[in-house]
Design a protein around this ligand. Structure first.
Ligand code: AMP
Ligand code: ZN
Length: 664
């Protein structure tokens, strides 16, 4: 009984903290404290499966796999919205409404139109039971497991909620999280995602909910549907939804006149770029529910609502030429070279065309006059062709089938939108791209050498891979363009210095696909030197924390390649670090192997972090939470009494700082 209460109180506390953080944007405890509570709950739930609860906050971390997304019929249809593109259209609509409703004054609720993936959430007895995509409006896909990982979606409601209702909203990916995801992808050598909206809707259809949990998705809500929900207006409904714990953006405004509606639109047209997520317009809704019922629906959309679409800043210009870029990983990106044109304050000369499908879909050709837009993406995009201006002898674009740099036939794997040049070791931009990565700041950080110089050195035949850098001499460099004695000297010195760079960064610098900075650190820590890593099998690699199948396979295939092995053996000869340095290892033992410590309180000689580092350096594990698996609780001053009780009840030995140091 006591355990059950403990579990429930932890769940309630975590629910409240989640709400404070993700809905109110106002955290009251640190991430660290939050994690400790979460871990504690996870441990208790693991030990007591009899108290399983489909609404537990522990489900936020994901893990459930959906093999096939089941089709679910919406109990209440999900309608589309009519669009208007001008204020005149909107005013006409308001006049029509007024006419139908007679003399009664009509008020409007104005909301922002969030640009993401629509979702319908079903709640029964205060619990989220289902999350379904819009689909065709009549039926959609059951994506409940994935929805549960979105922190701002309440799994369990507070207050007096209706016993059953659906609530509609939009799943969005805020710009900041989107940019971060793309940064991480680029570091791993993967293609960045095109825009937040597609990424948000793609995320809902991932099979592994743990991957969804890693994405910073948010859920903004705007409409409750059901019977006897107890509100009389759209605006009241928003307030009610907010009160129940849903994230309902505060921008919504009750407008009494058409003028106020227009002011709302003007305001957000100017200020929408200050919002953390994408919006593409305003939705104007008749406020009174009774009025809404009188107005009803057309076959596609409610008569009581109208979307006003913001104009994306758009210009037209001539597409002079389509060229193709080859990236470090061999991915081909088609680029539109445009007649320079001013758009949203900057001169635009180039725009990405993304891939072959995109070109075909829009039927984009050289010589066309195209429409260029700056929307949510950072890079401008081509949204269409002005066919009235197409030159008479225009020819359809034939996508290249050979690499523009090395003439190798391109490859395209099924399900991948991109073409690739497979000539990894012979294709110039791939070769220079790898060297540029090797010298970059977060990798070997070679001073006195930049990206353009790498291209020059490659062009004149002085380097062909990153090992060649170490053979460069001052005499070879001085005759080169823009190379003075001093800069040549600096370059050679910079390269020589790089042998001091620690192993984990060398590992990152090698440019193994999917091995970004963090993964390189993990691998360095787990394997200590490259010889051990080279012979590791896929299975062994996967057993390392955070290393998945894809990374493991990539590592194994990298070390199976003779060219790579040859380069590594040369680097080794030149003195590059291929093992964790001796003084790092010196303090490391395996003395605490297999033991898990929980550290709590304040200590006399060491900081908490130093203590944890000592544990890890000696092969032990640091747990955040006491469980039956904990070997010792290292207790300092001011440790919470609940920790002590828990350790005692589980029979976990409690030791002091000096006990611990003696152990070592
Ligand atoms: P459309 O896709 O152009 O038919 O627009 C309808 C979609 O707009 C709906 O399915 C919603 O997902 C989305 N939407 C975004 N914000 C709102 C909002 N505040 N009110 C209603 N629908 C919205
Ligand atoms: Zn190539």
């Amino acid at each position: 009984m006591e355990i059950k209460q403990k579990i429930e109180s932890l769940r309630a506390a975590l629910r409240q903290h989640n709400y404070n953080y993700y809905v109110l944007d106002n955290a009251t405890i640190s991430d660290f404290e939050f994690d400790i509570k979460l871990k504690e709950l996870q441990d208790l739930e693991a030990k007591h499966p009899e108290f399983y609860d489909a609404s537990s906050p522990t489900l936020r971390v994901g893990g459930a796999i959906t093999k096939n997304f089941e089709t679910v019929v919406h109990e209440h249809r999900m309608y589309s919205l009519d669009n208007s593109y001008s204020k005149e259209d909107l005013e006409d609509w308001e006049k029509r409404i007024q006419k139908i409703l007679g003399d009664a004054p009509v008020e409007f609720t104005c909301e922002l139109k969030y640009d993401g993936a629509s979702i319908s959430l079903t709640y029964e007895n205060g619990r989220l039971v289902r999350g379904v995509t819009r689909g065709d409006g009549f039926q959609g896909d059951d994506v409940t497991n994935n929805i549960k990982t979105i922190r701002s979606v309440p799994l369990q409601l507070n207050g007096d909620y209706p016993s059953k209702f659906d609530i509609r909203g939009e799943i969005v990916l805020p710009y900041e999280g989107f940019a971060k995801m793309n940064q991480e992808r680029i570091e791993k050598g993967e293609e960045p995602y095109m825009n937040p909206r597609n990424t948000a809707s793609g995320s809902l259809k991932l099979q592994d909910s743990a991957l969804v949990a890693e994405r910073p998705l948010d859920c903004l809500l705007y409409g409750m549907v059901g019977v006897n929900l107890g509100f009389e207006s759209q605006f009241q409904m928003l307030e009610r939804a907010r009160y129940l714990g849903f994230k309902v953006p505060k921008a919504a405004k009750l407008c009494k006149t058409t003028d106020e509606v227009l002011q709302f639109i003007d305001h957000w047209d100017k200020h929408r770029h200050e919002l953390p997520y994408e919006t593409d317009g305003v939705v104007v809704k008749v406020n009174s529910i009774q009025h809404q019922e009188e107005l009803g629906y057309t076959s596609k959309s409610p008569r009581w609502a109208m979307a006003y679409k913001f104009k994306a800043e758009q210009v037209s210009t001539v597409l002079n030429e389509i060229t193709y870029q080859v990236g470090r990983t061999g991915a081909i990106t088609p680029v539109a070279n445009l007649e320079p044109v001013l758009l949203a304050g900057t001169t635009v000369k180039r725009a990405s065309l993304h891939n072959a499908d995109q070109i075909e879909k829009l039927d984009i050709r050289e010589g066309d006059t195209v429409f260029v837009e700056k929307g949510g993406e950072i890079i401008p995009k081509i949204v269409g062709v002005d066919f009235t201006k197409r030159p008479i002898h225009s020819q359809p674009t034939i996508y290249i089938d050979h690499c523009p740099e090395c003439s190798t036939p391109l490859e395209r794997t099924e399900g991948d939108a991109k073409h690739y040049c497979p000539n990894e070791y012979g294709c110039p931009p791939q070769i220079t791209g790898r060297i540029q990565h090797y010298i970059s700041r977060k990798a070997m950080d070679i001073e006195g050498l930049g990206g353009e110089t790498v291209e020059l050195l490659f062009k004149v035949g002085l380097i062909n891979n990153y090992a060649d850098l170490y053979l460069l001499t001052k005499e070879q460099l001085i005759p080169l363009e823009r190379m003075a004695e001093k800069s040549a000297e600096n370059l050679v010195k910079g390269v020589a210095e790089s042998v001091k760079i620690p192993f984990e960064r060398v590992l990152f610098a090698l440019g193994i696909r999917f091995v970004g900075e963090t993964v390189a650190k993990k691998l360095a820590k787990a394997y200590k030197n490259i010889d051990a890593l080279m012979i590791a099998s896929v299975e062994e690699l996967i057993s390392v924390d955070e290393i998945g199948q894809r990374i493991a396979e990539s590592v194994v295939s990298f070390f199976r390649n003779d060219i790579n092995l040859e380069i590594i053996s040369r680097l080794r000869r030149y003195g590059v670090q291929f093992e964790v340095s001796a003084d790092k290892l010196e303090h490391q033992t395996n003395f605490l192997k297999g033991q898990t410590f929980v550290v709590s309180g304040v200590f006399e000689n060491l900081s908490r972090d130093e203590l944890k580092k000592l544990i890890e350096d000696n092969g032990g594990k640091v747990g955040s939470n006491i469980s039956s698996k904990t070997s010792y609780l290292v207790a300092g001053d001011n440790m919470g009494p609940s920790k002590r009780t828990k350790a005692e009840s589980l029979g976990v030995p409690i030791i002091s700082e000096s006990d611990f140091l003696n152990m070592l």
